[in-house]
Design a protein around this ligand. Structure first.
Ligand code: GDP
Length: 367
């Protein structure tokens, strides 16, 4: 392309159309010299890391490069959306490198949840997903909980090597990196960047005392997350901000719960029993009889049952039914990205409805 303008910071082609893509610069900033993209500007002036959208191809290249280095990999998952935020295949990409697994957003779980039990649960799940982490820990990057512990673990396991931080978008990776920048350096202007071969993106590096660095990699998009089916306003409703207050429902057979208009839970068979819902406190739950549930949804979606709102219904996928027969002890039915319902005894038959494309599954209970 002729006369292509590139950012002096990261080398991306400057564009003014899409703030979420590489090289975005507001047009008002174009007449300033030298030209620098918004991401590099914010990084330079505010030490703030912003996410950009990359192609899946770019991600693969980046993960491949990480695998070729001799480094510690810090993999972040969102404990509220464990499977939805799991980055598959990390063990393969890690090569021979150790992986330290960090469960973020622990502040969302009830304070009564036992930390060691949570860590053991994560270890067990990681094993089933094919990852054998060198260690597992929990943090709240947002609230600054257990940050010193994770910094100490990184120091222990990195053994004088570089550290790569990887994770899906929305797991809180930027918050984590920004928190580390504050806690590790306490200074301004500590950030440098390093270029990944084969991609247009520069990585954020936080220099460490021994000449090594903590390196941020771009967030990888997981297309099955509920987040992709709702708009920004609704995402605020379904994403818990504070400690979740579990809601307990005593249900008879043939009763239904609606989670806004986003998901539905039918209790089909198994005698009267209690169900504990772990969802954002802001999301309203509506209870009805199973026989009335279809009509209720048809007539009241977008109004009584929202989000999504009326004007969003057109683009909202149909709910798809998944039936489960609960055979094990304490079990969670997980609505990917929305939360879960805990069933404490085996023997229940239930149906879970989620928008087409969103995952729903059963797991041993987290709490
Ligand atoms: P990234 O896409 O992985 O870089 O994620 P961000 O750092 O942009 O965070 C995604 C969302 O999760 C934001 O709304 C954050 O405020 C929120 N978040 C990040 N860390 C935490 C945390 O420790 N606890 C809670 N409750 N929310 C968090």
């Amino acid at each position: 392309m002729e006369n292509e303008i590139v950012c002096i910071g990261c080398g991306s082609r400057i564009q003014t159309e899409d703030p979420s893509e590489l090289g975005y610069t507001p047009s008002s900033a174009l007449n300033k010299e030298p030209i620098i993209c918004q991401r590099c500007f914010r990084l330079k002036h505010y030490n703030e890391v912003a996410d950009v959208r990359l192609t899946d191809d770019d991600f693969l290249k980046i993960l491949n490069e990480v695998g070729k280095t001799d480094a510690l990999i810090v993999k972040i998952v969102d404990i509220f959306d464990f499977n939805g935020s799991w980055l598959p295949g990390i063990q393969r990409f890690a090569g021979g490198n150790d992986v330290l697994l960090v469960g973020n957003k622990v502040d969302l779980l009830p304070k009564s949840a036992n930390k060691n039990r949570l860590i053991n649960w994560i270890k067990q799940q990681a094993k089933e997903l094919g990852l054998k982490p060198v260690d597992v820990t929990l943090v709240s990057a947002d609230k600054g909980m257990y940050m010193q512990e994770v910094i100490d673990l990184i120091e222990t396991y990195r053994n004088g090597k570089d550290v790569y931080v990887v994770g899906c978008t929305n797991v809180g990776k930027s918050t984590f990196i920004n928190r580390i920048i504050k806690e590790v350096s306490g200074e301004q202007d500590v950030i440098t960047t390093s270029h990944f071969p084969g991609t247009t993106l520069d990585m954020i590096e936080i220099p460490l005392d021994d000449g090594k660095a903590i390196i941020d990699t771009p967030g990888i998009i997981n297309h099955h997350q509920m987040a992709h089916f709702v708009n920004k306003k609704d995402l605020k409703i379904i994403t818990p901000k504070k400690e979740i207050k579990p809601k307990v429902y005593q249900l008879n057979e043939q009763q239904t719960l609606f989670f806004g208009g986003l998901a539905r839970f039918d209790y089909i068979k198994g005698g009267r029993r209690s169900f504990v819902c772990y969802l954002s406190n802001e999301l309203s739950i509506h209870r009805t009889k199973l026989e009335k549930a279809d009509d209720l949804y048809e007539n009241h979606k977008g109004e009584l049952l929202q989000p999504p709102r009326v004007d969003e219904l057109e683009d909202f996928p149909a709910l798809v039914r998944h039936e489960f027969s609960i055979k094990d002890g304490k079990t969670d039915i997980v609505f990917s990205g929305l939360g879960w319902v805990t069933i404490s005894e085996p023997g229940a038959v239930i149906a879970a409805y989620v928008p087409k494309g969103v995952r729903v599954y059963v797991r041993p209970s987290l709490i």
